[in-house]
Ligand binder design. Structure first.
Ligand code: URA
Length: 300
C-alpha cells in the first residue's frame, strides 16, 4: 500500500497497467456511485420519484404480517374519502379561475399566483416560480414543475436541465424567441412529478398566461406536461415530434402544440438528444414558413 501511495504521489503514470486501471476506477468511474446513479435514473424513468407515499400506512396494526410488519391489507391511517378530495380540488380550481381571471397583465398574474393558497405544493416550496423569457415571443415552453435550483432562484429552467435546454434552443436559433413556464408553479417535494390534480389547480393561471402572451406555438417539455395539457395517456416517446392542438378549458383558444423530451431525461440519456434536436428544428421550420390556411395536426 505504501509503495502504491508513493507511486501515486508521482502520478498514475508510475503505476503498472493494473494499477492504472484501479486508479481510473477509483477516481473516474467509482462503480458504486455509477451503480447508484444508474439505479436512480432507472427508477425515475419508471416513475418512482418520491420516497414518501401520499397516505401513511400503519405497519403496527393488529393483524400485521410478522414476516414484513405490514398489515395484511394496508389501511391508510389518514385516508380522505375520494369525494372530499375531489371537492377540495374542485374548490381550489374554482378559486384559481377567479384569481387568474382578475389578472390583466403578467405582473398581476405573477402576483396572483404568489398570493394563491389553494395548491398544497406551496407549503413545501420556498417561493412561486412563474416565467422567464420574452412575453411577446412566438414560442411558449411549458415544462413540468420547478426543481431545486428554480425554487432557489425563482425562475423556471435555470438548473442543469435548463442550461441544456438553453444551449439547444440557441443552437436551433430559438434562444430569443421563447417564453418559459411550467404546469405548476411550486417545487413538488423531492422533485417528484406533479400530480394531475396539482396541475389542474394551477391550470387556470397557465391558461391566463397563454391568453395574455398569445404565443403562436407551445413546446410541451416532458411527459407530465404533454399528457396533462393534451389530455393524452401515451408516453412522451410516442407523443414527441407530432403536432397536436392545445385547447383552453372554454375552447376559446386553440394553439398548435409540439411535445418533446425533457432535458433532464437527455442528461441521463444523451443518445436521445437527436430526437429533441429534430423536434426543435421542426418547431423552428414551422415558425419561419409562411402561415398555411390549415395546419395538419394529430386528430383527437
Ligand atoms: N424541470 C421542469 O420541468 N421545469 C423547470 O423549471 C425545471 C426543471
Amino acid at each position: 500500500m505504501g509503495s502504491v501511495k508513493r507511486k501515486l504521489d508521482r502520478g498514475p503514470a508510475a503505476l503498472s497497467t493494473w494499477g492504472r486501471a484501479q486508479y481510473r476506477l477509483a477516481t473516474v468511474m467509482d462503480p458504486t456511485a455509477r451503480a447508484v446513479e444508474s439505479l436512480l435514473a432507472f427508477w425515475a424513468d419508471c416513475g418512482v420519484d418520491a420516497a414518501l407515499a401520499d397516505a401513511t400506512e400503519n405497519r403496527l396494526a393488529v393483524g400485521a404480517n410478522p414476516a414484513n410488519g405490514r398489515p395484511a391489507v394496508a389501511e391508510p391511517l389518514t385516508a380522505i374519502p375520494t369525494t372530499a378530495r375531489e371537492s377540495d380540488t374542485d374548490l381550489a380550481i374554482a378559486q384559481a379561475r377567479a384569481a387568474a381571471a382578475g389578472a390583466e397583465s403578467l405582473a398581476e398574474l405573477e402576483a396572483a399566483i404568489a398570493a394563491f393558497d389553494g395548491c398544497a405544493l406551496k407549503a413545501g416550496a420556498r417561493r412561486a416560480v412563474f416565467a422567464r423569457g420574452d412575453p411577446s415571443a412566438p414560442v411558449m415552453i411549458i415544462g413540468e414543475a420547478p426543481g431545486g435550483d428554480e425554487d432557489i432562484q425563482g425562475l423556471p429552467f435555470v438548473g442543469r436541465a435548463g442550461q441544456l435546454l438553453d444551449r439547444m434552443l440557441a443552437a436551433a436559433g430559438l434562444g430569443e424567441r421563447v417564453y418559459i413556464t411550467n404546469t405548476v408553479f411550486w417545487r413538488p417535494p423531492g422533485n417528484r412529478t406533479p400530480t394531475p390534480a396539482e396541475q389542474a389547480i394551477c391550470a387556470p393561471f397557465l391558461e391566463r398566461a397563454i391568453a395574455l402572451t398569445a404565443p403562436k406555438v407551445l413546446l410541451l417539455v416532458g411527459g407530465a406536461s404533454a399528457k396533462f395539457l393534451l389530455g393524452r395517456s401515451e408516453g412522451i416517446l410516442t407523443l414527441r415530434g407530432r403536432w397536436f392542438a392545445w385547447r383552453s378549458d372554454d375552447e376559446a383558444l386553440e394553439i398548435p402544440a409540439l411535445p418533446t423530451l425533457h432535458p433532464a431525461f437527455l442528461l441521463r440519456q444523451p443518445a436521445a438528444k437527436k430526437k429533441s434536436w429534430a423536434d426543435l428544428l421542426m418547431l423552428a421550420e414551422r415558425l419561419d414558413r409562411p402561415a398555411r390556411r390549415s395546419e395538419r395536426h394529430t386528430p383527437d
